[in-house]
Design a protein around this ligand. Structure first.
Ligand code: CA
Length: 427
């Protein structure tokens, strides 16, 4: 049976729409306050709250976004099991090290699809290559399909990158209207968005009422329709590879005239999966001509350069290693633990020998000290890359969208981006 990890603001496990679809950790006994399966988390019966380090509890989703997303997965795929993983707090704040932990938990606990309805426009995935590495390992070693929202800035992601949807291996989903047009807010990209799925006025679970529902719009809503479709395809073809599943999603899409040049397929996800959210669509593209429109530029908002060198402090550094042997890993561990700036080092299980997260001691968490720690680590030549952790925040979209779009993506805060600086050339 397919398991869809919803990496988001959490999941309200008491919602009626989700109850029969919740993943159940087979090794955990609910409510006994014991880590029965020894995975480091007490009572993680339905998933993990990365922020508190405990199992997804009855509070589950104090923000609401994740419950709505999970409801869309469950509505699309009646058999999918939802694994809730909370990385964003009720103010919408979180960090990419939490996403790495979320992926690791999802992979080792058997997720077959991971949905990512959050993102950061203007961030190139190569700037966060530990994320790229995590996706690659998930695909290759765990056969997991990663799906992400393309973002809600009406931007061309071929020109302005979006993370994580632009990451290699991530299946990127734009939002379409009920008649197969691009939603006004949806990002697009002839090479960087894979296909579109319904994402306007989508009815799904409301976290604040155990049987309530509400309508939201966003690529955040389109992505879980595709995640649910991937889960169905996995159930129909047990053992299918990630490439097989993606090919089926692409091949089944319905070409739409107004989506030509806006996604690799120029179409909307097959009617086989979208019935709960929209009327059936027919192809509106002539099979004879099959002309691809030039990339539309009229919607291409000029975002300009994003981000600025952060002056904020941060407490984690994320490192990618080049397949160390066990003894090399021990040497690296010992080296790191010998450093003044090290509080402790975490090695998320799924990425155990490839990705480590270093927690900095308090006095090294301000800008200059943390940068010198990063420099020192880079000079050690142990790592393929060494990057600071990055904050992610929920963007309510109040500044960008009409009130009908009361919910959009999660974005990296521009104040937390680190771009190459002329000064030291390293950070
Ligand atoms: Ca446990």
């Amino acid at each position: 049976m397919s398991i869809v990890a919803v990496v988001d603001t959490g999941v309200n496990i008491n919602h009626f729409d989700l109850r029969s679809n919740l993943w159940r950790n087979p090794g955990e006994i609910a409510g006994n306050n014991i880590d029965d399966d020894g995975n480091g988390v007490i009572d993680d019966v339905h998933g993990l709250d990365v922020i508190t380090g405990s199992g997804i509890s009855s509070v589950g989703d104090p923000e609401g976004h994740g419950t709505h997303v999970a409801g869309i997965v469950a509505t699309t795929s009646k058999n999918a099991e939802i694994m809730g993983i909370r990385i964003l707090n009720d103010n919408g704040g979180g960090s990419l090290s939490s996403a790495i932990e979320a992926f690791s938990y999802a992979l080792v606990n058997g997720a077959t699809v991971i949905n990512n309805s959050y993102g950061a426009l203007g961030v190139n995935p190569s700037q966060v290559d530990f994320l790229q590495e995590a996706i690659r390992i998930g695909e290759e070693d765990y056969n997991v399909v990663f799906v992400a929202a393309a973002g809600n800035e009406a931007a061309n992601t071929d020109q302005i990158p979006n993370t994580p949807s632009n990451a290699e291996g991530m299946f990127s989903v734009g939002a379409s209207t009920s008649v197969g047009n691009p939603a006004s807010f949806s990002n697009f990209g002839a090479t960087t968005v894979d296909l579109f799925a319904p994402g306007v006025d989508i009815l799904s679970a409301d976290t604040f009422s155990t049987n309530g529902r509400k309508r939201l719009s966003g690529t955040s809503m389109a992505s879980p329709v595709v995640a649910g479709a991937a889960a169905i395809l996995q159930d129909l073809s047990p053992g299918a590879s990630v490439a097989d599943i993606k090919a089926k999603l692409m091949d089944g899409s319905i070409p739409q005239k107004n989506l030509q040049g806006l996604a690799v397929t120029g179409g909307v996800l097959s009617n086989d999966f979208t019935g709960s959210f929209t009327q059936p669509l027919e192809s509106t593209v002539s099979t004879k001509g099959n002309k691809r429109k030039k990339k539309s530029s009229k919607k291409n908002k000029s975002i300009g350069s994003v981000g600025s060198l952060s002056k904020k402090s941060f407490d984690k550094i994320i490192c990618v290693l080049d397949k160390p042997t066990q003894s090399e890993k021990m040497d690296i561990w010992n080296d790191l633990m010998d450093q003044d700036f090290t509080k402790n080092v975490e090695w998320p299980e799924a990425f155990g020998d490839r990705i480590c997260i270093l927690n900095l001691r308090n006095r090294y968490q301000s800008g200059p000290e943390s940068r010198s720690a990063i420099k020192m680590m880079r000079r050690s030549n142990h790592f393929e890359s060494v990057e600071r952790d990055r904050k992610i925040l929920v963007n309510t979209g109040l500044n960008s969208f009409s009130t009908s779009l009361d919910r959009i993506d999660v974005s990296l805060s521009p104040f937390d981006l680190i771009l190459p600086s002329q000064g030291d050339g390293l950070i």
